[in-house]
Design a protein around this ligand. Structure first.
Ligand code: NAG
Ligand code: NAG
Ligand code: NAG
Ligand code: NAG
Ligand code: NAG
Length: 574
C-alpha cells in the first residue's frame, strides 16, 4: 500500500500558513544548530590522504580484536571449532546501500538478524564481527538513527522511532508536535545564516530528518557526527567504525548534475575528506565549517557545531541536485515537474520562504526564491560546506573553491558505498554488501549496475582491491540478481565481496525510494523481510556458505562443504 505524499504536504502547507501569520519571536542566541566559534586545535587541521589517521587506526585495532572473538563464536555456532582455520582472521566491512526508507527498513531487518542481541537466527552474531560499516543515503538514515542513540537494537528503534515516525511521514514526523517545531526548525536555520554560513534546502531537509530519525530536544539538534566519539559504545569499540559518503559537484565549472567519476567524500566521527585525486585530503570533522586557507584558519579561530548529525544525514541523502534539469537558462525553475523530489523541495522551500529566511520579493510565487538568490542559484540544492581544502596545493581540483557543494552518496550511480573500504590503507578483506536496489529506473530491485559502476571507477582510479564485476546483461542472463553472490573468490589481491541484493521473500519490499510514509504494518513487514534476506529465506546451507566466503582467503582449512558453496555462489569469470 502506498500513501501519497500529498497529505503531508497539505499538513505542512497549512501549518506554514498559520505560522506565517504569527509574528516571528526573538531569535535564540545559541540554539545548538548554528555553528559557533571555538579555539583551534594545536594539531594541523588538514592533512594529505596518505593513510588512515591515528585515531581511526587505534579504534580499528581495538575493534578488530573484539570482532575476531565474535567471528570465532559465530563460526563455532554454525560449524565447529576445528572446521575453519582461525589463526588469521579477516577484517570485515558491512556496506549499507541507499534506497530511501526501502533501504533503511530492509537493512534494519538484515542487521536485526545479524545482531547477537536479538532473536536467535542462523546468522546472529555476525554484526558483532564487523570492523567497518559504510552507509549512504537511506542506508545513512539507518546508520545514523542507530548511532544517534548509542547503537541500541533495531527492535528498540522499530517500536520507538520507525513505526510511529514513518507512519506520520518525513514531512510530519510524529514527534514534531505542534507547529511550533516548524518554527524551531526555521529559527535554527536563521541562526546558522546569521552566524555567517550559507544555508540551503539541505539544512531544512536535515532538520526534518532529525525529527524523523533521532530523539532529543528539537529533533536531536545537539547531535554531531564528531560527538559520536564520546558515546559509550564507541569508546568501548562495541560497534563497527562508521563512515558515511557524499558526492561532490563542481559548481564553479558550471556543473550541476553529477558525473560518473565525481569525487567521493566521506564523513567519519574523526575526519571528513576524500581519497580521490584532486582532493586527496582530510580535515577534522569536529572543526568542519572553519574558514581555512592552506589548512590555516584565516581568522585565528575555528568553527564547532557545523557537523550537525542531521545536516550530515542530509548530505548523504540529498537528492535535490537531481532537480538541476528544472533550471532553465532564464526564468523560474518549475518544481512541479520534478515529481516527488520536486514536491519535497517545494515544501521545504515554502517552509523557508514563509519565514523570510532566504531572499525573496514580497508577493512573488515561492518558486521565484531561487531566481532571486545569489548566483549560482544551483547552490540551494546542495549541502554547502566552507571548503576546508581551499588553498591546499594537494587538493588541486578544489583549492580555488570557496565552498564544497555535496549531495547524495549515490549521485554518481554507485548506490553501494564500497569506495571507502577498497582504499588500501584500510586493509579490509571482506565486504558484506546489502544492495537494496534503486540503480535502475525500471525496477527497485538491484540490477548489479551499482557494482559495475564501482568496478569501472575503481579501475580508472587504480583501486585494484575491487574484484571483477560482470556486466548487467550477465547479471540478468545468469540470474545473478535473484539471490546472494560472491565476487572476487578467485582473485588473490581483491576483497571478497558478498553481495546480498534485495529480494521480497516474506513481504513485497521493493517500494519506491520516493515513498515517504509507511503504515506500521508495512514498516514491520519490510523489517521482517530484511530478516529473511539475511538468512536467504532460511536456506539451511547459507550460513556455512557465508562463512566459507568470509574465511576463504584467510585460511586453507575450510570445511568440505565450502566447495559446493563456491560452485553455487562464486561468480567465476569464464
Ligand atoms: C568438526 O570439524 C572437523 C573438521 O572438519 C570434522 O572432522 C568433525 O567431524 C566435525 N565435528 C562435528 C561434531 O561436526
Ligand atoms: C551499547 O551499550 C549498551 C549499554 O551498555 C548495551 O546495552 C548495548 O548492547 C550496546 N550496543 C552494542 C552494539 O554493543
Ligand atoms: C572526470 O573525468 C573528466 C574527463 O576525463 C575530467 O575532465 C574530470 O576532471 C573528472 N572529474 C573528476 C572529479 O575526477
Ligand atoms: C556562500 O556561497 C557563495 C557562492 O558560492 C560563496 O562565494 C561564499 O563564499 C559562500 N559563503 C560561505 C560562508 O561559505
Ligand atoms: C534464470 O531464471 C529463469 C526463470 O526462473 C530460468 O528460466 C532460466 O533458465 C534461468 N537461467 C539461468 C542461466 O539459470
Amino acid at each position: 500500500m502506498r500513501v501519497p505524499i500529498h497529505s503531508s504536504l497539505l499538513a505542512l502547507w497549512t501549518s506554514v500558513q498559520i505560522a506565517h501569520a504569527v509574528p516571528a519571536g526573538p531569535r535564540a542566541v545559541s540554539n545548538g544548530y548554528a555553528p559557533v566559534s571555538t579555539p583551534c586545535p594545536s594539531a594541523a587541521l588538514v592533512r594529505t590522504a596518505s593513510g588512515i589517521n591515528a585515531p581511526e587506526a587505534t579504534y580499528v585495532a581495538s575493534r578488530k580484536a573484539i570482532a575476531d572473538a565474535a567471528l570465532i563464536s559465530w563460526l563455532d555456532k554454525i560449524s565447529n571449532t576445528s572446521a575453519f582455520g582461525t589463526a588469521s582472521l579477516p577484517s570485515i566491512g558491512l556496506v549499507l546501500s541507499g534506497g530511501g526508507y526501502r533501504a533503511l527498513l530492509n537493512e534494519a531487518g538484515i542487521l536485526q538478524a545479524f545482531d547477537a542481541r536479538e532473536r536467535e537466527t542462523s546468522v546472529s552474531g555476525l554484526y558483532q564481527a564487523f570492523t567497518y560499516q559504510t552507509a549512504l543515503s537511506g542506508g545513512g538514515w539507518f546508520a545514523n538513527s542507530l548511532a544517534a542513540q548509542n547503537w541500541p537494537t533495531v527492535s528498540y528503534l522499530q517500536k520507538t522511532i520507525y513505526e510511529p515516525n514513518f507512519a506520520a511521514g518525513l514531512l510530519v514526523p510524529d514527534n514534531i508536535g505542534a507547529l511550533s517545531s516548524y518554527g524551531a526548525i526555521v529559527s535554527d536555520i536563521v541562526a546558522k545564516a546569521d552566524a555567517g554560513y550559507n544555508v540551503s534546502l539541505a539544512d531544512v531537509y536535515g532538520r526534518l530528518l532529525g525529527y524523523n530519525l533521532f530523539t532529543g530536544a528539537d529533533g536531536g539538534v545537539s547531535l554531531k557526527m564528531s560527538s559520536l566519539t564520546s558515546f559509550s559504545n564507541f569508546t568501548a569499540h562495541n560497534v563497527p567504525f562508521p563512515i558515511i559518503t557524499s558526492i561532490g559537484t563542481d559548481l564553479d565549472i558550471g556543473q550541476c548534475t553529477t558525473t560518473l567519476n565525481a569525487t567521493q567524500y566521506e564523513y567519519s566521527p574523526y575526519e571528513f575528506g576524500s581519497w580521490d585525486d584532486g582532493v586527496n585530503a582530510f580535515t577534522q570533522t569536529a572543526f568542519l565549517g572553519s574558514k581555512l586557507s592552506n589548512g590555516v584558519p584565516s581568522t585565528g579561530s575555528c568553527t564547532a557545531n557545523f557537523d550537525n548529525l542531521g545536516f550530515i544525514t542530509a548530505s548523504t541523502s540529498n537528492v535535490f541536485p537531481g532537480l538541476c534539469y528544472l533550471f532553465p537558462v532564464d526564468g523560474n525553475p518549475d518544481f512541479s515537474l520534478g515529481g516527488v523530489i520536486g514536491d519535497l523541495a517545494q515544501a521545504l522551500e515554502v517552509l523557508t520562504w514563509s519565514h523570510h529566511l532566504l531572499p525573496i520579493e514580497a508577493d512573488s510565487g515561492c518558486q521565484d526564491i531561487l531566481v532571486k538568490a545569489a548566483e549560482p542559484v544551483f547552490d540551494i540544492l546542495f549541502n554547502e560546506i566552507p571548503n576546508p581544502f581551499r588553498g591546499f596545493a594537494h587538493s588541486y581540483a578544489v583549492s580555488e573553491s570557496a565552498q564544497l557543494t555535496l549531495g547524495d552518496g549515490g549521485l554518481s550511480s554507485q548506490n553501494d558505498p564500497i569506495w571507502p573500504l577498497i582504499q588500501p590503507s584500510r586493509n579490509v578483506d571482506v565486504l558484506v554488501v546489502t544492495d537494496i536496489g534503486g540503480d535502475n529506473v525500471v525496477t527497485n530491485y538491484a540490477t548489479g549496475g551499482s557494482l559495475v559502476n564501482t568496478y569501472n571507477q575503481a579501475q580508472a582510479h587504480g583501486l585494484t582491491k575491487m574484484p571483477f564485476i560482470p556486466s548487467t546483461d550477465v547479471f540478468a542472463s545468469e540470474n545473478l540478481t535473484m539471490r546472494a553472490q560472491f565476487f572476487g573468490c578467485y582473485e588473490q589481491n581483491t576483497v571478497t565481496l558478498v553481495w546480498i541484493p534485495l529480494a521480497s521473500f516474506t513481504y513485497i519490499s521493493d517500494t519506491s525510494g520516493a515513498q515517504l510514509e509507511y503504515p506500521v504494518s508495512e514498516t514491520d513487514g519490510i523489517i521482517g523481510n530484511g530478516n529473511a534476506i539475511a538468512t536467504q529465506n532460511g536456506d539451511s546451507e547459507w550460513p556455512t556458505c557465508l562463512a566459507c566466503a568470509i574465511m576463504k582467503k584467510s585460511t586453507t582449512t575450510l570445511p568440505s562443504e565450502c566447495q559446493a558453496c563456491f560452485s553455487k555462489y562464486c561468480y567465476a569469470q569464464s
